[in-house]
Design a protein. Structure first.
Lengths: 111, 115
């Protein structure tokens, strides 16, 4: 399985943009890039996913490098509720493939 | 949309008893659900893949006779921890794959404490 590498932790101030990086140098052509986040004592929450093109939704944006070996999750204006562990996960394009969680990035947001 | 529920949200039981945890997809049908376990300050660890109408597929090192999985309908999967022991105390989380892209949506988790 292709692996991802994320920083252990990052910090941000409230209302500032946050860029969470993820390296996946061994990504294959059939791997989608998924991002989840987990707030304390809760199940993970789906954030966004993409294959090649940049993606936007109401929660965040996903910027994917042209060679697909890295990606960045962008929170445009961090709030205190965005403090969580963010996981970048590769998943095959075929249906129902499992998700393998790494250690993720713990994001702290300061008021 | 894409809401997954779990019941109970927490449970305390005595050592040697069995505990059943339910996972339901509330607004979609899921042919595939997944069960994870998470210990404090650790990441999620996949335990098994639950397929509707067939046997679950367990990850290496997970005892299938101890963690019984039943996926009897397209909206319900259950995990039964049999003969629970204190080392089974953990946070159990399920997810369900939602069509059409089979994106996984997670339940809120069940905290199990075995005394």
């Amino acid at each position: 399985d292709a692996k991802t590498t994320q920083p252990n932790s990052m910090e941000s101030n409230e209302e500032e943009p946050v860029h969470l990086p993820c390296n996946h140098s061994t990504i294959s052509g059939t791997d989608y890039i998924h991002w989840y986040r987990q707030l304390p004592s809760q199940g993970p929450e789906y954030v966004i996913h993409g294959l090649t093109s940049n993606v936007n939704n109401r929660m965040a944006s996903l910027a994917i490098a042209e060679d697909r070996k890295s990606s960045t999750l962008i929170l445009h204006r961090a709030t205190l509720r965005d403090a969580a562990v963010y996981y970048c996960i590769l998943r095959k394009s075929y249906n129902t493939d499992k998700l393998i969680f790494g250690t993720g990035t713990r994001l702290q947001v300061f008021p | 949309g894409a809401v997954v529920s779990q019941h109970p949200s927490w449970v305390i039981c005595k050592s040697g008893t069995s505990v059943k945890i339910e996972c339901r997809s509330l607004d979609f049908q899921a042919t595939t659900m997944f069960w994870y376990r998470q210990f404090p300050k650790q990441s999620l660890m996949l335990m098994a893949t639950s397929n509707e109408g067939s046997k679950a597929t367990y990850e290496q090192g997970v005892e299938k006779d101890k963690f019984l999985i039943n996926h009897a309908s397209l909206t319900l999967s259950t995990l039964t921890v049999t003969s629970a022991h204190p080392e089974d105390s953990s946070f159990y989380i399920c997810s369900a794959a939602a069509p059409p892209e089979e994106t996984q949506y997670f339940g809120p988790g069940t905290r199990l404490l075995v005394l």
